[in-house]
Design a protein around this ligand. Structure first.
Ligand SMILES: C[S@@+](CC[C@H](N)C(=O)[O-])C[C@H]1O[C@@H](n2cnc3c(N)ncnc32)[C@H](O)[C@@H]1O
Length: 192
């Protein structure tokens, strides 16, 4: 099983954004939408073994965690505007199969993943190179990534407390959604 957790320092925590000006009105939920697509979608359909978590910490009422479970979602659109529309509906308490919005923070998500025996991996440019990391088929992996600002000190401390290993895709900083695609590629190549 795989999980991707993206922490958004600015993502709004209520359905107050304009879909037509997504990036500028939502505190960069466009990044979350692209990350969700990169986590869960392939041209052949959904990754049923993968769960995506967006920890939103922006105004007006943080925190809010959006959860998208590949195992439960029937279909997913491939464009970020349609994903943003779904997130807006989920924030408005509409029931959409496979999606959930909870007034919970990173600690809550790390807690449930740790209890479910996920190995936590924090992606950061200066971590251990992924080429040196072994991945095993019978292990669950949860990858934690930052947004355009990276993770706060407090969130990094929390990850340290939960024993997350810091892993790098190289010294060049990439966009969050691109990192997720690379991780999926590496895991697909090495363990499937
Ligand atoms: C756009 S980067 C953040 C850029 C930079 N950390 C900053 O604060 O300006 C978004 C996230 O993608 C992940 N990331 C980007 N490049 C990476 C790399 N080369 N190796 C590992 N993770 C990376 C990290 O989790 C990072 O927080």
């Amino acid at each position: 099983m795989r999980a991707f957790i993206v922490v958004s320092n600015t993502g709004v925590t209520a359905p107050i954004f304009d879909i037509r000006s997504l990036a500028s009105t939502s505190g960069r939920l466009d990044l979350i939408c692209r990350s969700l697509i990169a986590s869960l979608l392939t041209p052949k359909g959904l990754r049923k073994d993968t769960t995506f978590f967006a920890i939103l910490k922006g105004p007006p009422n943080p925190p809010l965690t959006i959860i998208a479970r590949g195992s439960k979602i029937d279909t997913l659109p491939i464009d970020e505007v349609s994903i943003a529309r779904i997130i807006k509906r989920v924030m408005s308490r509409e029931h959409i199969r496979g999606f959930e919005a909870k007034r919970k923070d990173l600690k809550y998500v790390l807690n449930i993943l740790s209890k479910s025996k996920y190995k936590l991996i924090y992606l950061r440019e200066d971590g251990e190179n992924i080429e040196n990391i072994e991945f095993y088929e019978d292990t669950n992996y949860a990858f934690i990534l930052g947004d355009q600002k990276g993770l706060s000190r407090a969130d990094e401390k929390l990850l340290d407390k939960y024993g997350a290993n810091i892993v790098s895709l190289g010294r060049v900083p990439y966009m969050t959604s691109f990192c997720i695609s690379v991780i999926n590629y590496v895991l697909d190549m090495r363990i499937y």
